[in-house]
Design a protein around this ligand. Structure first.
Ligand code: NAP
Length: 398
């Protein structure tokens, strides 16, 4: 019988065999990719004796057309109550009072981790020589940094007021006519992100966590992020994890926590990807890094993502690309991103058999060169199929 997912007293998720999971179909290509992903997710769950009671909730254009609201309270409440949900891409309303619906959802549910696993699937066309060396899991901080949305526009009274204050009180030199943004990064926000990354690395048998920051320049935000990260490892993970400086790079059976400057990281993930495993990083670095890494393993058409609060148990799994409006309704685009986000969700729920069977079937489909347009244009001898046909081909190989 369908039931809701809840948090057990030990802080882990209690998942019934038929959980109720809210989903947002998504705008634009959401109408194509969601049904395709659902077909595969349902078939894989069924094979493993499980099923999902999907519950549609509205957000984005569809919500606006039906309710006059871009992000109805009922949708936020459904995600709050059911803990785990999944969504397709959403149009960013212009002048709708939201910076972005995705950001709003993350802030309302305090989903402080943006989880982006990046790995290569056999056969996927890639611009690099050894894509199989890319196997990283990015923990991007999701609530702070320049994404907090605190900025004032050049030439407005607010910008002039803030500029005057900073000149007067701090003696800072700020050119007239500047827009000004604020970059808040707290000890609380940094530590809970690094804690989540270290816990994940330990529970998934990973070898290292790299704190990626820009602390050489932004000492009291990005530099503090690194310092707080190392402090957390010393205070909370003694005997299980160790910082680089505390062990001369020799962790001796413990998880190694190291750090790297963001700009050099963007080079090294290309030149020596095997040195990176789990990555913990502030919001903006994480944004750049996630997409740069996704490109190495086949692009945003198949990059999965999730936004998670490990304390409350809330998680929203999502396609990482946008609505690609020019392809909407054409049954053309790759459903891989939302499908693999569903796989990530199944893993998060402990449904490892179903998750693994989907990954194997996806790899088998690509190995048979049955792919959507985005891969077909990069592969020799591929058979280009529609979004829905790609999903059926995966189901056939489950
Ligand atoms: P986009 O929708 O991600 O599309 C950019 C390009 O990425 C597409 O033209 C296409 O490349 C490729 N692409 C996207 N989805 C694909 C898929 N499923 N399979 C294969 N290729 C795919 O970005 P955008 O055009 O900048 O943004 C459109 C709208 O989406 C905006 O309203 C934006 O705010 C919103 N958005 C939402 C999210 C989200 O909800 N998470 C994220 C980003 C953007 P080709 O043209 O080369 O085929």
């Amino acid at each position: 019988m369908a039931d809701i997912i809840s948090m057990g007293p030990d802080g882990s998720l209690r998942v019934p065999d038929e959980p109720v999971i809210p989903f947002i179909e998504g705008d634009g290509t959401g109408v194509d990719i969601w049904p395709a992903a659902k077909l595969v997710l349902d078939a894989a769950a069924k094979k493993c004796g499980k099923s999902v009671a999907w519950k549609e909730v509205l957000a984005g254009q569809k919500a606006f057309d039906e309710t006059g609201d871009w992000l109805p309270d009922a949708t936020v409440e459904a995600f709050r109550t059911h803990l785990i949900g999944i969504k397709g891409p959403l149009t960013t309303p212009i002048g709708g009072g939201f910076r972005s619906l995705n950001v709003a959802l993350r802030q309302l549910l305090d989903l402080y981790v943006c989880l982006r696993p990046v790995r290569w699937f056999e056969g996927v066309p890639s611009p690099v020589k050894r894509p199989e060396l890319v196997d990283m899991v990015i923990f991007r901080e999701n609530t702070e940094d320049v994404y907090a949305g605190m900025e004032v526009e050049a030439g407005t009274p607010e910008a002039e007021k803030l500029r005057d204050y900073l000149i007067e009180q701090f003696g800072w030199k700020i050119r007239e006519g500047s827009g000004i943004g604020i970059k808040p990064m707290s000890e609380f926000g940094s530590k809970r992100l690094v804690r989540a990354a270290v816990n994940y690395a330990l529970s998934h048998g990973r070898e290292s966590v790299t704190l990626v920051h820009k602390g050489n320049i932004q000492k009291f935000t990005e530099g503090a992020f690194m310092n707080w990260g190392y402090e957390l490892v010393r205070d909370e993970f003694q005997g299980r994890a160790v910082g680089w400086d505390d062990c001369d790079g020799k962790p001796e059976g413990r998880l190694l926590v190291k750090d790297a400057i963001a700009d050099i990281t963007l080079q090294q993930v290309l030149t020596r990807p095997s040195e990176f495993d789990v990555i913990a990083t502030p919001n903006l670095n994480g944004d750049y890094l996630s997409d740069a890494l996704a490109a190495q393993v086949g692009g945003i058409g198949i990059a999965p993502g999730a936004n998670i609060n490990y304390v409350t148990g809330h998680g929203v799994f999502e396609a990482t690309h946008g609505t690609a409006p020019k392809y909407a309704g054409l049954d053309k685009v790759n459903p891989g991103s939302v499908l693999l986000s569903g796989v990530l969700m199944y893993e998060h729920l402990g449904w490892f058999d179903a998750a693994t069977s989907i990954v194997r079937a996806l790899e088998a489909t690509i190995a048979d060169k049955i792919v959507t347009y985005d891969f077909a244009r990069l592969m020799d001898g591929a058979t280009e199929v529609k979004c829905s046909e790609f999903a059926s081909a995966i189901v056939d190989r489950l």
